[in-house]
Design a protein around this ligand. Structure first.
Ligand SMILES: O=C(O)c1ccccc1NCC(=O)[C@H](O)[C@H](O)COP(=O)(O)O
Length: 263
């Protein structure tokens, strides 16, 4: 694991000590269904884009985003046809917040993903979202248990993998949604071919087991060519942060990616 990831996980572990066990968030009982949203979008030959409210990457500030800004940004993403909104909530390295998550979910009607470094079930109690990210490379042997717990709490777990070993672990779980992260968390290098390498194994598993996983290609997509590359390889959806936020034109850039198959 890259030292930045170790730092992020260490900082998260310290932060969760502050979560008050008795202070359980009252969650909206309605879960917005991303699986249907993705299938509907794809049936219209549009790209299912999960658009990310991302203030920063480690060491790289993109834009200050307050809860009010987050609401406005997410509304523009929804208007432009995004099927879901991802909200980074990690405060130290990504400048995200749970307040941004809450603000976004109350202001859009599409599914919302909490994008963070979940290391302990206590984090479920502070989360107002429909989906929650579980990173196989971080959770290791705890992955299956965390997937079960997330489902029992009413979340749709999005299990993120980057290599074949992590993918095999993800396929052993009950998760319906698998994210292939094109960013290697050991080196932070991005390679869209990661999606091309891992999709066939998911398809093979589904054929053998009568399952139908939803595949999300995550990170490093900037152009419509990038989007077409991963969709043509078999991804059902894409998760895009930096290129949308950096464009400064949230509506226009999101729509360009949603319409990438029109060209
Ligand atoms: O964004 C980073 O640089 C990063 C570094 C280390 C761990 C995670 C990181 N990103 C978290 C994400 O999951 C991305 O924000 C998301 O996949 C969107 O990626 P991008 O479109 O490349 O901003």
């Amino acid at each position: 694991m890259h030292s930045v990831i170790n730092d992020i996980v260490n900082s998260t572990e310290k932060r969760i000590l502050q979560i008050d066990n008795g202070d359980t968030l009252k969650r909206d009982p309605e879960k917005r269904d991303i699986v249907n949203a993705i299938r509907t979008k794809r049936s219209l030959n549009k790209v299912a884009v999960i658009s990310e409210v991302k203030p920063a990457s480690p060491g790289k500030k993109l834009r200050d985003i307050s809860p009010e800004d987050a609401k406005e940004i997410a509304s523009e993403m929804e208007r432009a046809g995004a099927i879901a909104i991802s909200v980074l909530t990690e405060p130290e390295f990504f400048h995200g917040s749970l307040d941004n998550l809450k603000a976004v979910r109350s202001n859009v009607s599409i599914p919302v993903l909490r994008k963070d470094f979940i290391v302990d079930k206590i984090q479920f109690e502070e989360t107002q979202s429909d989906l929650i990210l579980l990173i196989a490379g971080i959770l290791g042997t705890k992955l299956e248990e965390m997937v079960q717990l997330a489902i029992s709490k009413g979340f749709e777990p999005l299990v993120e993998v980057h290599n074949k070993e992590e993918l095999e672990e993800a396929l052993k779980t009950k998760a319906r949604v698998i994210g292939i992260n094109n960013r290697d968390l050991s080196t932070l290098e991005i390679d869209l071919d990661t999606t091309l390498e891992l999709v066939p194994r998911i398809k093979e598993f589904d054929n053998e087991n009568g399952t139908e996983h939803i595949i999300i290609s995550e990170s490093g997509m900037h152009t419509t060519d990038d989007i077409r590359k991963v969709i043509e390889a078999g991804a059902d959806a894409v998760l895009v942060g930096t290129s949308i936020i950096k464009s400064g034109k949230i509506y226009t850039k999101t729509k360009e990616l949603v319409d990438a198959l029109d060209e």
